[in-house]
Design a binder for this molecule. Structure first.
Ligand SMILES: Nc1ncnc2c1ncn2[C@@H]1O[C@H](COP(=O)(O)OP(=O)(O)OP(=O)(O)O)[C@@H](O)[C@H]1O
Ligand SMILES: [Mg+2]
Length: 526
């Protein structure tokens, strides 16, 4: 049975509609962000409640409000003179044959407004049962038990982002989405797992319980590459590949990505180029072994001794990491590419080496090489036009994305390039961040689908919504999200923005991932 909550009394296409609540609706049960449906003559308008307001028919009533004890008067006023209204932002309309289109008209006066039904949600967001296997349940609308699905095909087409302040559930929701992509084979992922939360297991905040990681859920589809095999082993399993990176794999451009982190002066970068000019691939090995005699080395390559000394001082820390080696071991990128070609998702664990320095440097070194390889693959495919040469879609997952994609870094680093070229070469990004305002606006504008949990800073709210046609209305919705397990989803993978209660990552979810049947059926089975 549909539940009528009110009627449209005014509004406009540009600003949305005003609904007057029916006298029997308890407005305290209606929350900002709720998904409702306006029943017009020929269309149904799917809308989000963006604001709630109390009104009276006569302003004098407010001058003499009923006292605490005057219950009778309160009741009389509530029947005749006081009421509540809601601001509704229509997002989509559906005609009589269930054809979905953008909102181009308005409902008539006094059109009834209903709570959306499970069926409405399915028409708009799809169903996991769909034969295309394109849909993945990511949660429920607020106060409703109906699966909202992401369109995984559309998601894999572009770069994506999960934003939210600390502890809002970013990592959990990312793990959910990645599980969906991996289960349905929609993309191969390379996950730079800074805090070792995606592979084997992850701790649940505030308790001593652990949740299963992606490798545990999909052992045959995932390989763990680890910089710190001892830490990986301590959590249960030896990594598939122990990573060692030869100095020869580190290019000057990789060091430039650390300019801000290391506070590197431009003259130090110049010195690195001069070293490279003379020693080519061995430039870093030479710097680290001979940099102590900065003067001699500087003379040899025509650089300033102070610049060489500064570069040496800042890069010397590389020697402290056991996985960087002066030995000419074979490049790990080649192994990564072989796994990706077999459509295996890679989780790259940093173990105890989770400093920003390490994370930025390693992610840059690997991503730059993979990107170069994907350009070659794409060109080969475009040349041959043979389907077997078409590269598989690769999604690179990074946490603390503002460190890679702030306006300065985005211009210099490989991650900025990937974000801007919009999957031309089959590589896209999945970025996770607490401070979206720190990310280059141009990069943000290229993000296809955004999952936004609670943000406390006004600057961050503005940054994530900039460019969205519904920015003003969505702002109030965003500001009213709970601190955990709630998010606003908008963009390419959903037909309209929607606030969801995130799907719980638990036993039921693991079971759903193991079998090839949809979860809404699962619920009845287990
Ligand atoms: N979908 C979910 N299912 C189960 N638990 C969840 C879910 N989302 C969030 N949680 C709970 O909230 C806690 C914090 O979530 P999470 O670690 O994903 O936050 P975060 O936004 O990544 O935080 P940080 O910015 O500190 O990395 C988890 O430890 C878990 O207990
Ligand atoms: Mg996290």
């Amino acid at each position: 049975m549909k539940n009528c909550i009110g009627q449209i009394i005014s509004g406009s296409l540009s600003e949305g509609f005003i609904m007057r609540f029916s006298a029997i609706t308890d407005i305290e049960t209606i929350k900002s962000g709720k998904f409702v449906c306006i029943q017009g003559m020929n269309h149904r308008f799917f809308s989000i409640i963006t604001d709630l307001k109390l009104e009276t028919t006569h302003s004098e009533i407010l001058q003499f409000p009923p006292s605490e004890q005057e219950n009778m008067l309160k009741h009389l006023l509530s029947v005749s003179s006081t009421y509540a209204i809601a601001q509704l932002k229509p997002m989509l309309m559906l005609d009589r044959v269930n054809h979905i289109s953008p909102v181009k008209t308005v409902p008539h006066h006094f059109a009834s407004v209903f709570e959306a039904t499970k069926q409405d949600i399915e028409i708009i967001f799809g169903n996991e049962l769909d034969v295309t296997k394109n849909y993945f349940n990511i949660g429920n609308p607020l106060d409703m038990d109906a699966p909202v699905c992401l369109n995984l095909h559309n998601l894999a087409e572009r770069s994506n982002a999960v934003f939210g302040k600390s502890g809002t559930g970013k990592t959990f929701i990312t793990r959910l989405i990645l599980a969906g992509l991996i289960k349905q084979d929609k993309a191969t992922c390379l996950i730079f797992d800074m805090h070792s939360e995606y592979g084997l297991q992850a701790r649940q905040e505030g308790s001593n319980t652990f949740v299963k990681g992606l490798k545990t859920l999909f052992p045959s589809k995932i390989a763990i590459f680890s910089l710190d095999p001892v830490a990986t082993q301590r959590r249960g399993t030896a990594p598939d590949i122990v990573v060692r990176i030869p100095y020869q794999d580190i290019q000057v451009e990789d060091i430039m990505a650390l300019e801000q982190e290391l506070n590197l002066h431009a003259t130090a970068t110049e010195a690195a180029y001069l070293l490279h000019g003379k020693y080519k691939k061995d430039w870093l090995g030479v710097l680290l072994s001979q940099g102590i005699n900065a003067k001699e080395l500087a003379e040899e390559i025509g650089a300033h001794p102070e610049s060489i000394a500064a570069l040496y001082r800042k890069l010397k820390t590389i020697e402290r990491y056991p996985f960087f080696t002066s030995e000419p071991v074979s490049s790990v990128t080649q192994t990564i590419l072989e796994y990706l070609d077999k459509r295996k998702t890679i989780i790259f664990e940093f173990g105890n080496f989770s400093s920003t320095f390490c994370y930025l440097l390693v992610a840059n070194i690997i991503t730059r090489r993979i990107h170069t390889n994907y350009i070659q693959k794409t060109e080969k495919f475009l040349g041959s036009k043979q389907i077997e040469h078409e590269p598989t879609k690769l999604m690179i997952v990074i946490e603390e994305a503002h460190k890679f994609l702030n306006p300065l870094a985005a211009r210099q680093t490989i991650f900025g390039t990937i974000a801007r070229e919009m999957r031309k070469y089959y590589v896209s990004l999945f970025i996770i961040d607490q401070r979206p305002s720190g990310i280059d606006p141009e990069v943000l504008s290229q993000v296809g689908t955004k999952v936004i949990a609670q943000l406390s800073d006004e600057k961050d709210v503005q940054a994530v919504l900039s460019g969205s046609p519904q920015a003003n209305t969505l702002k109030t919705v965003l500001n009213s999200l709970d601190t955990k397990k709630q998010a606003l989803i908008l963009g390419h993978a959903v037909r309209m923005p929607i606030v969801i209660e995130t799907r719980t990552y638990d036993q039921l979810f693991y079971k759903a991932m193991q079998v090839d049947i949809p979860v809404n059926i699962e619920k009845d089975l287990f």
